[in-house]
Each structure stands twice: as structure tokens, then as C-alpha cells.
Write a protein that binds this ligand. Structure first.
Ligand SMILES: Nc1ncnc2c1ncn2[C@@H]1O[C@H](COP(=O)(O)OP(=O)(O)OP(=O)(O)O)[C@@H](O)[C@H]1O
Length: 489
């Protein structure tokens, strides 16, 4: 008997033809990337599917394409509003009826979506929602209606590691996603992530009830390696305070290489601009986001801030104009409000202005670069003073969460930050290998001079020696509370 909600019965060869046709017609892509076909066939086969694959692997297609082919609606649970906006806009541009329902959705659109769900036979193919929305009775009742009409095709949890990383503390609704399997036991679930260790994966599978029927579960896991990213750590200190000059010198060098010789002719022939070098700079605080982007604009560089306190209209405009490569919008200076899942194909660099709070965050954010497969440069400014500030922020977060009654997983968070600090301090090995090792891979990836260590190990060691403040100095300052300030995100 076919499971509820999936009334369409087709032969495997018909489905195979459909997916190739749909790939070209609807998604405008010539062929599948490795493993995409296998994953999509498992999804269409009604399996529960867990996908762990590198940033920019093309995970979204693995649920978007089945959603277009199959009858019924696919509900996509996504953690960040900017990510939903990004995906829904791309799908709508490909003529797919995709929508999002979240705290920012206008009333008219909200009414339209609820009316569509109330029919029991929604026309919407993919509906992007937050976990918070999924906990609400109003939404749940509408979904029950759709399910009764056998029109609930699939539940997708994108960035599924958030169930484990955030669900235990400040976004508890991630854990309430267990409701889906409890209420719709026969509706398949697909989960996708780039950053899950074994413990996170098990947590996700058990929360969503995907481990209850192992015969129905397919797990796809591929390497975290991104060979086209060049990874580098740049050492600095409070005393040197040289990030800005260093960055401007580097960027001017890029512009100047683009304005001479063959490169210039190519750029001219393409009708491109010399300064169209899209990038992202990640800062830790809203204040630094505003001040850094203003300083860059003052120096004639098209940089815009992106953080949680900006208006919805401002964020939407910034994202749209950055994606469109508009003049004045080449560089986004962002907090982590702009990270996971953001997809723009030609991002040429990602700079971490400060040490991120976690290894996973670093990998996710760096992964915004080079999504077209061409080279991307990712460099991180590391100072020991910042390291101590971020540790001190984690400690404050733990206290604040404790006061709010949240049992924050502070041990795991400290460990992740510890590993990231160790990664930055390390001058004895390949950066790509260190990342793959962090995500539990045994195999050492091939790195073709795509990290600072492989490029010049001696130079790396001497830059570290020259660049960092000594541990003695930093620990004395720490004792005096010099790094207790709190950067508000
Ligand atoms: N088969 C394909 N052929 C060409 N481009 C593809 C293919 N599949 C996906 N892409 C493109 O690759 C890019 C990355 O895809 P996607 O955003 O789904 O990555 P992801 O795996 O979700 O990464 P992340 O975890 O970083 O969000 C997108 O621009 C997408 O259009």
C-alpha cells in the first residue's frame, strides 16, 4: 500500500526521466552533481533521508526537485529568515510556487497562504517556515487538514544540526519538531546539514523519530572538504590593530590586478566592473558591522551592513542588490545573522574580522565563498585577545541563559571554540585536513597549495611569531578583566 500523502505511483524509469527533465527545465542545470541523483531517488522513494555534505554541495536541490515533481506540499523548516528569503526568491525566479511564512510575512501573503492550506489541496509546492511557527496550533491545524487530504508530501529540516545546537537552549521549538513524526508517522522526513558530528547526527535522528524504522532511513554522508577555498589565518593583536590597513591593502591589490593586462580585457569584454569583487566580512558586533561598513564606504568601497537590528526592508534590499551585483553592494559586512545557507555563486572572499564563536560557524560562514566552483579566499584575523573575549562572551551567554532557565550546552560550545582557537594557533598542518578531522573524517584531503601551511609553512610560523601578543601578556590582561567586554550581536 502506498504511504499516505503520496498517491502518485510511477515506475522507476519514469521517475528517472522526470528528474533529468525537471533538472533542466525547472532548475536550468545540465547535470546532477555526484550523489545528488542517488539522494533524490531515495527521497522520491519515500525514504527518510539524512544528508551530510560540504557547504555548496547542492543539498537544496535534493529536496526542491522532488517537491516540484511530486503531488502535495513540502514543508521546509529553516532556521534563519535571510536563508528563507534567499531560497524562496531563487525558487520563484525559477517559476516554482514557493512561499515563506514567518514573523516578517506581510498580512496579505499570510492570509493567502493560510487560505491555500485550508483548501486541503494547496497549490504551494514548497512552504518555508520557522520551527517556532510549527509549534503554533493555528499552523498545525491547517497542516492536519492537508494531511487528511493526502497532500502533505514531505517534511524537510534544512540546517538540521540546529535541532541539536540550538534546540537544547534558546530555540526550544527545534526539539518540538518531534510533533511531525508523532502526528504524521507515514510522511517522509528529509534532513540536511553541512556540520554534524556523530553525536549531533544521532540527536537529530532521534528527535525527529527517524531512527524508529532503520529500514526506511537512508543516510548520505560525504566529505566536508572544499578544495576550491584557499584557507588562511592572519595573526594580529590589540596593540598592532592593523586589520583595516591589511584588508584595504589586500583589496586594492585585487582591484589593481583586475585593472591591468589580460584580466582587464576580460573584464571589459564581459561588461563587468573592476570593483565588482563580491565578498563578505563577518564581524561579531552590530556596532562594528555599522562602523566598518561606513569606513569602507568612506574609502570608496561598496560595503553594506547586515545585522538583526536593521529593518526588514533594509535587509531585503541589501541582500537583493548584493545578489544582483549592484554597484555599491559588493561587500556585505555581517554578523552571524547572515550565514548558513546564503547562496550567491560568485562570492570571491570571506573575511572573519574576529574569531567566530564556534568551529561550525567558521566552516559555515567560510563556505559562502566559491560556490560557483571557482577559487575563493577565506581569511580569518586571529588575535589572542579576541580569543579571550569570545570565551568571556560564551561564559556570559551561559549565565544569561541559566537565568532564563535554559540549560545551555556550554561544555560543547567551549569545546567547539577551543578547537577553533587551536586551529588558528596551529602552524604544523594543512587547514583543510584540520577541518575534515574536526568533522570526524579519517581521510586526509588533497590540498593543492590551498592553505597558508601548504603555501609556505615557514612564513606561516614567522607571521605567527611576529603577529600575536604573547600568552604571558594576554593572561595578565585577562586577570585584570581587560577582555570582559560584551559584543552584542
Ligand atoms: N547539479 C547542479 N549543477 C549546477 N549547479 C548546481 C547543481 N546543484 C546545485 N547547484 C548550485 O550550487 C549552489 C549551492 O547549492 P546549495 O545552496 O543547495 O548548497 P548547500 O549544499 O545547501 O550548501 P550550504 O550548506 O553551504 O548551504 C547553488 O547555487 C545551486 O544552484
Amino acid at each position: 500500500m502506498p504511504p499516505l500523502g503520496r498517491p502518485l505511483v510511477r515506475t522507476r524509469s519514469q521517475v528517472v526521466q522526470d528528474i533529468d527533465f525537471t533538472l533542466r527545465r525547472q532548475f536550468n542545470k545540465d547535470s546532477f552533481r555526484p550523489y545528488q541523483r542517488e539522494i533524490i531517488l531515495a527521497v522520491l522513494d519515500g525514504k527518510d533521508v539524512f544528508v551530510q555534505a560540504a557547504t555548496s554541495f547542492g543539498k537544496s536541490l535534493c529536496f526542491q526537485l522532488p517537491a516540484v515533481i511530486e503531488c502535495g506540499i513540502t514543508i521546509v523548516i529553516s532556521p534563519l529568515l535571510s536563508l528563507m528569503m534567499n531560497q524562496v526568491e531563487a525558487l520563484q525566479a525559477a517559476n516554482v510556487d514557493a512561499r515563506t511564512l514567518n514573523s516578517n510575512t506581510q498580512q496579505a501573503e499570510r492570509d493567502l497562504i493560510y487560505r491555500d492550506l485550508s483548501t486541503g489541496h494547496p497549490l504551494t509546492r514548497l512552504l518555508y517556515v520557522t520551527p517556532e511557527l510549527c509549534s503554533g496550533e493555528h499552523f498545525r491545524k491547517r497542516l492536519m487538514l492537508v494531511y487528511e487530504q493526502k497532500e502533505l508530501a514531505r517534511i524537510v529540516v534544512d540546517e538540521a544540526h540546529c535541532i541539536s545546537e540550538w534546540g537544547h537552549d534558546f530555540r526550544k521549538d527545534f526539539r518540538r519538531l518531534s510533533w511531525f513524526r508523532e502526528t504524521f508517522p507515514d510522511v517522509p522526513v528529509t534532513c540536511l546539514t553541512a556540520t554534524a558530528n556523530e553525536q549531533v547526527r544521532n540527536d537529530v535522528l532521534s528527535t525527529l523519530g527517524m531512527n524508529q524504522n532503520p529500514g526506511r532511513l537512508n543516510i548520505f554522508s560525504t566529505t566536508a572538504h572544499r578544495p576550491n577555498l584557499h584557507l588562511e589565518v592572519r595573526f594580529t593583536s590589540d596593540l598592532a590593530n592593523d586589520r583595516y590597513d591589511n584588508f584595504i591593502t589586500w583589496l586594492q591589490g585585487v582591484y589593481s590586478r583586475r585593472s591591468t593586462g589580460l584580466r582587464f580585457s576580460e573584464i571589459e569584454a564581459q561588461g563587468d566592473r573592476i570593483k565588482n569583487v563580491p565578498g563578505i566580512i563577518y564581524t561579531v558586533s552590530r556596532q562594528e558591522c555599522d562602523s566598518l561598513s561606513a569606513a569602507l564606504r568612506n574609502d570608496g568601497i561598496g560595503a553594506r551592513p547586515f545585522h538583526a537590528k536593521l529593518t526588514k526592508e533594509c535587509k531585503e534590499e541589501t541582500l537583493a542588490r548584493w545578489i544582483a551585483n549592484d554597484p555599491g553592494y559588493s561587500i556585505i559586512v555581517a554578523t552571524t545573522a547572515f550565514g548558513m545557507g546564503i547562496d550567491k555563486d560568485n562570492v570571491r572572499f570571506v573575511v572573519h574580522w574576529r574569531l567566530p564563536k564556534s568551529f561550525e560557524g567558521y566552516y559555515q560562514e567560510a563556505g559562502r565563498a566559491g560556490r560557483d566552483g571557482n577559487a575563493g579566499l577565506c581569511f580569518l584575523y586571529y588575535s589572542r585577545e579576541d580569543r579571550d573575549r569570545v570565551f568571556s562572551m560564551l561564559a556570559s551567554d551561559a549565565i544569561k541563559d541559566g537565568e532564563r532557565g535554559n540549560s545551555i550546552n556550554s561544555v560543547a560550545r567551549r569545546e567547539s571554540l577551543n578547537r577553533l582557537a587551536a586551529y588558528c594557533e596551529d602552524t604544523d598542518g594543512c587547514r583543510h585536513a584540520a577541518i575534515c578531522k574536526y568533522f570526524g573524517e579519517d581521510k586526509v584531503p588533497f590540498c593543492e597549495k590551498a592553505c597558508d601551511w601548504h603555501k609556505n609553512a615557514e612564513d606561516l610560523k614567522s607571521r605567527k611569531k611576529r603577529g600575536l601578543a604573547s600568552e604571558e601578556f594576554v593572561s595578565t590582561q585577562r586577570e585584570e578583566g581587560a577582555y570582559d567586554e560584551y559584543w552584542s550581536e
